[in-house]
Design a protein around this ligand. Structure first.
Ligand SMILES: *Cc1c(COP(=O)(O)O)cnc(C)c1O
Length: 222
């Protein structure tokens, strides 16, 4: 199946209020261009080096999202162009994004990543840690970052009930944080959840950004 066909079939399954992040990690510039020419504009990567290798040669109206775990010392490479950073899970990282955004005269949009999965290894904040971050003085002093929502990854499992309950948890965190800290902020509206295996459940539970690689580009080489 061509990327163009995959994209149009995928878009039929995604309602208009949900945006598709085409996760293009390990995929070539040519494959990204194929999706671009079929109309896709938002692409997601999870390795800094790979992204900064690809970005200069691809159309400049692509909106690049960073979906992986981001190390503080690599923020400077993304700050000139990144459109949205999905996985902010510490004040330290947020402060570095603020610093680098300021150097580039930009405000960078970010999502707070929450730990919702059963797996121990996945990154992310608890609700309590997010509260601490959002009420800290250091956070309130930041001027060049804007938190526009939340992100999470469900457990990698066939158990749809478990996945659904994890997405419900994330949705609940979103509502709690919105009503407590962002009630006057219409831009706080994103829930990034759902991948190839679980995006339909995620959409049913309120996702606004689905991050899909395999269903669009095919299996990745290991
Ligand atoms: C790779 C990746 C995806 C896409 O996964 P697929 O199963 O290929 O759709 C989504 N989110 C993150 C954070 C990823 O690293």
């Amino acid at each position: 199946m061509s990327i163009r066909t995959n994209l149009s079939q995928l878009l039929e399954r995604i309602p208009g209020h949900v945006r598709l992040v085409a996760v293009s990690k390990t995929k070539s510039a040519g494959e990204i261009l194929e999706a671009y020419e079929a109309g896709q504009r938002i692409f997601g990567e999870n390795k800094v080096q790979e992204l900064i290798n690809k970005q200069p040669d691809l159309p400049h109206d692509i909106q690049w999202h960073y979906v992986g775990h981001l190390q503080t010392n690599k923020v400077k490479f993304l700050a000139p162009f990144i459109d949205l950073i999905h996985a902010v899970d510490s004040l330290k990282l947020l402060r570095e994004i603020d610093k680098q955004a300021r150097k580039n005269n930009r405000v960078i949009d970010c999502l707070l990543q929450f730990h919702i999965a059963r797996e121990e290894t996945k990154y992310g904040l608890s609700l309590e840690e997010a509260r601490e971050l959002l009420t800290s003085e250091l956070y309130s002093a930041l001027t060049h970052v804007r938190i526009v929502g939340v992100m999470g990854m469900a457990t990698f499992t066939e158990d749809d009930a478990l996945v659904r309950s994890e997405f419900q948890t994330l949705r609940h965190y979103f509502e709690t944080i919105k009503s407590t800290y962002f009630s006057d902020a219409p831009y706080f509206r994103e829930i990034s959840m759902g991948m190839s295996g679980d995006f339909q459940t995620a959409i049913e539970e309120g996702s606004t950004l689905v991050r899909i690689g395999t269903l669009l580009f095919g299996e990745r080489d290991k």
